[in-house]
Design a protein around this ligand. Sequence first.
Ligand code: ADP
Length: 622
Amino acid sequence: MDRNRLNSNRQKGPNNRYGMRNAGFIALIILLLLVLYSAFHQPSNLKTIPITTAIKNANSGEYSKFAVNGNEVQITVKGQSKPTLKTYEEPNATLKTEGLNYSKVTVSSSPQTSSSSTWIGILETIGPVIAIGVILYIMMKSAQGQGNQALSFGKSRARLYGNEKDKVNFKDIAGSEEAKQDLEEVVEFLKFPKKFASVGARIPKGVLLVGPPGTGKTMLSRAVAGEANVPFFSISGSEFVEMFVGVGASRVRDLFAKAKKNSPCIIFIDEIDAVGRRRGSGMGGGHDEREQTLNQILVEMDGFEQGQNVIVLAATNRADVLDPALLRPGRFDRRVNIGLPDRKDREAILKVHYAKKPLAKAVDLDALAAKTAGSSGADLANIANESAIIAARNSHSQITQEDVTEAFEKVAIGPERKSKVMTDSDKITTAYHEAGHALVGHVLPDSDPVHKVTIIPRGGTGGVTWFIPPEDRLFISLVQFKDMLARGMGGRIAEEIILGPDKITTGASNDLQNAAEIARDMVINQGMGKKLRDQVFKHDDGMMLDRLVHEREYSDETAKVIDDEVENLITEAANRARTVIKANLKYLEKLKDLLLEKETVEAAEVTEVLKGAKMPSSAALY
Ligand code: ADP
């Protein structure tokens, strides 16, 4: 497997919707059982006998009691404590007319019930009602996800952060200087609204924070609240919507009502794109619930009056898909961009997260910052936390360089799976596969250098060859993309050359998927196809509430040309990898042997082993 960047490990999304459906389903089953129970459960199972038989037997002294209730007569046989028989009186067949001898039996005018059976009767009647009530209560509660808001579907589930201990300030956020500067202004609006009102300035109502996940958008919003010392209501776009149409809109109403009561304050809407996508996009005619929710947000924002000092901060990583109505003046008309941190900022973020941890002096955070190009603040926070966990597990009193390295590799490519048993032949195949990636990457001029090669399974892969750019890159050139594709194909091609074309394995499936993704990105988004040079094609893949959106704005003919371009790029990459490996078979064998011996080979050793490997001129692009 070929790796060259950290993946963000963070996940967001609808939370307890499935839990609620489950609760509903269980409740439905219990309800059904109750209905069946009450339908079939007869509280009294007295045997009915004709009134004439009853009178005859009573007169011959067989019964002790008759209890008359309406036209039903319950009969207790002598020697027994409860009635076991019953009969019915009619206008022309009553106890009297049928000739009952009243001295032979006690006749009372209500059914004989012991006090315990009264209670059972009452319980049997109201028990199911209580049970249904309790089930409904539990359902509502689970729908709310918060115990104290039972029976309030339409209430917003915003979390309020106002406590001192929750407080975040700008100083807790490393880097992101420009974003902080932009937001400094929002702090001023909240702190000194009069200063702006006195000169007739309109305070902005909405600020859009745009940036990849984990770059600290939520944290920055909380810091704005912390700096201005105002309450902070936080909700995620996907939380507006539950099972029922209209719930989202009423949640929005409730959220804004609460916020207005607590003015001045901040409302933070995370993942605004979940509700704020362009209306009508991809759904073949719109989506009622989402539109209602979005409309309500717009109505509420338009309805802010002067002096109602509530500022809405909204976060997204897809500003391009937002409905233009959201971005109009008076709504989210300000934008703060937050990018992935550069090397200096990554080091600062690592320092913030290690500040309260016992870090050994020898640990080189600058080197770690250098290796983590492409990681977000959340990834770095994750590395810091993982290293502390690893140190604790190793019973270290301080976090050592080894703990930090292990944490970094675990976060970037998944934990080592040393216990996974590989057969010898799998090991050899993996060694050739990884050596293939490394050799092609090493030889091609525009590839990042090899950082490490291992045949110890990690995460879900058999082995990993890891390339890390020597420095942060702003852009990727066409030749860099092509070398990336070729080294990605290196594993499969090494298998093909060594094992034979029919013996290739599933070990390359991840590489092939990555290659296809890169090639498609080159053609569609970067204008780097051969025929389709300098043209981009609009398409939109993403989540809209709970559905996936696939939208493309090009014809079927163009789609076919795109597919051909992708295929050509991948074939070209495979051919280049083949040329490189065939010309350097000796080095492939050497690296394979070293991998089998040591399992993990570091950058310096790779360079040493592959010294002398040459790029054949036929693999050159220019
Ligand atoms: P987002 O809202 O952009 O997805 P968050 O604000 O939720 O990101 O960030 C997640 C975590 O990442 C934070 O709790 C924090 O620990 C860490 N983090 C992100 N950026 C920074 C930063 N600039 N400085 C310090 N920590 C950061």
